[in-house]
Write a protein that binds this ligand. Sequence first.
Ligand code: XUL
Ligand code: CO
Length: 431
Amino acid sequence: MLKLYYKFNFATEPKYYNADEKINGKTMAEHLRFSVAYWHTFTEDLSDPFGVGTALRDWDSLDEMEKAKARVDAIFEFMDKTGIEYFCFHDVDIAPEGNTLEESNKNLDEIVELIKKKMNETGKKLLWNTTNNFTHERFVHGAATSSNADVFAYTAAKVKKSLEIAKTLGSENFVFWGGREGYESLLNTDMKLELDNLAKFFKMAIAYAEEIGYKGQFLIEPKPKEPTTHQYDTDVATSHAFLQKYDLDKHFKFNIEANHATLAGHSFQHELRYARDNQMLGSVDANQGHPQLGWDTDEFPTDFYDTTLAMYEILKNGGLAPGGLNFDAKPRRTSFKQEDLVLTHIAGMDAFALGLRVASKMIEDEFFEKIVEKKYSSFASGIGKQIVEGEVSFKELENHALNLTTIDNESDHLEVIKSEINQYILNINNQ
Ligand code: XUL
Ligand code: CO
């Protein structure tokens, strides 16, 4: 058995997360549905564009297939020790690619069998799996939006295999993150053809899932840029319009990543709200960006203000199930020890547990609901109610406006709202 950490001292124990504690009738584990990302926690070497990998891992010296098997042992030990119930992976995270597609599929079969055995023994579950159609050089022009039809076909073969894996392992969701589905420049891009092809690709994926009886929830994970200059699944609103245009919206929900939201110039809460308001909130990639860096830093979530507002949206959504909170996050390059894998996850679990506690108290007090009800009270009666109910036209509205002697607006007192949120967070342990 691999030794994942050397001592489990006091500092590593969660302060706010308590899996079995009930909040509003559900345990914290049921509310939060934490998941480990195979790629960041078990294959990431912490290299950056200026320096080599610094991560020290017990499996570093093994050859590729042995390494893949060691990582299976490691992730199940990790889930056991951290109390995390779910995990997520890309096809290439769990098994090395072979020289041919056939060889890659054979490697996958061997590791999937091992994973299935471990899942049966431990009761741990697969939150979602996905396909890596961006790292290999064949995907230089994209995958389902590539200008090369052979690459489109190769991508289909890989997603077909991943759907079969999803079915075998009972994956609760299946994710499509855009990878290189986007463009470097419009000067040489047929955007319409690429988007039409992408829609055809999704229709084939839906048809194949139906054919094999895979019933997991399909999720799109929006991101505005990186690796391409313009990613087609820019944000929730853009991706929702795409899904509606091609009549695909009934088949998908969104997997919303905090750092992707901020890269798109939105807040994490904005993306969650947009999805929730459209019944499209499916799952979350729980991480955070760095306020001074303009790229996808995939940091572990520690900002409790953000996690509070995120948990508010998630609770108002009625939870995330069958989705969850997947830590699509990696330790900093300077946090290179194996024990950092545990420490970072506990920091993230605690930040979301704190957010859950605070958001749940705010909902109990109807904190935001009362503010919003007061702000929009003009639409609860009179002319406002008539507008909401679609009973008036420009003529009645003009008549109403002509009879107005004054227009009175109220102050938002936004700073008071923020200060009251601070009080909720600071007082959460005394309630
Ligand atoms: C990339 C990203 C991916 C997806 C899965 O920014 O978030 O890891 O979550 O492909
Ligand atoms: Co992600």
